[in-house]
Design a protein around this ligand. Sequence first.
Ligand SMILES: [Zn+2]
Length: 258
Amino acid sequence: MLSVSPIRAFSDNYIWLIQGVRDPALVAVVDPGDAEPVRRALQERKLKLSAILLTHHHNDHVGGVPKLVQEYAPDVFGPANESLPGSPKKLREGDSVDLPELGLQFKILDVPGHTAGHIVYVGHGALFCGDTLFSAGCGRLFEGTAEQMYRSLSKLAALPAATLVYCGHEYTAANLKFAQTVEPGNQAVKDYAQRCQELRARDAATLPSNIGLEHSVNPFLRAARDTVKHAAEAQAGHALQSDTEVFGAVRAWKDGFK
Ligand SMILES: [Zn+2]
């Protein structure tokens, strides 16, 4: 099992720190939006930064790259179709990232929707998914269509149920409030909300989640369920013809949800 720990940044970002399986003192970080908390974690834990993995171009995910590159000269990897700091090696679906120093390897999936070139990293029973899949939620559609995002999420939903889900933000509690509105009768959502409330009360991360759990609590992965379809139709005020339309209606509903 991979050793992964969260580094907090800004108000609710997680920069994931992955320790090498060959040498646990060598690490990779995912989406370092800020250099300072990464630098602090490396110093406190006597770790060496060997690689940076980027999922998409938003500044709260890449803002720390220039300073970290200057100070530690790690290998940098990122999506082929986005403009990113640190001159990353370009990755697209079908590629894999080899980190021999760390003994780690990840496969790449293209997941357009939140941004046009967003990628995710899959390997060692873990998924690093940036702002595409959140626990009980998904990213906003800034540069893509509902069709693209639904297809992207369906790729992630097809990963093995035990796959651990490391997302870019601590949004779980707010997402579960929405999930309860969409499916008030979903007991898995109620149980998970209770568990997350306890975790947040002691300031612990609700992540990682896992794909199996997301199938039972995440309304954006449940567009094919009658409960979600009926709730989305009631909200939209008309019939929805496909799972993709249901997904789009739920996403629009969430955009206006407080
Ligand atoms: Zn983003």
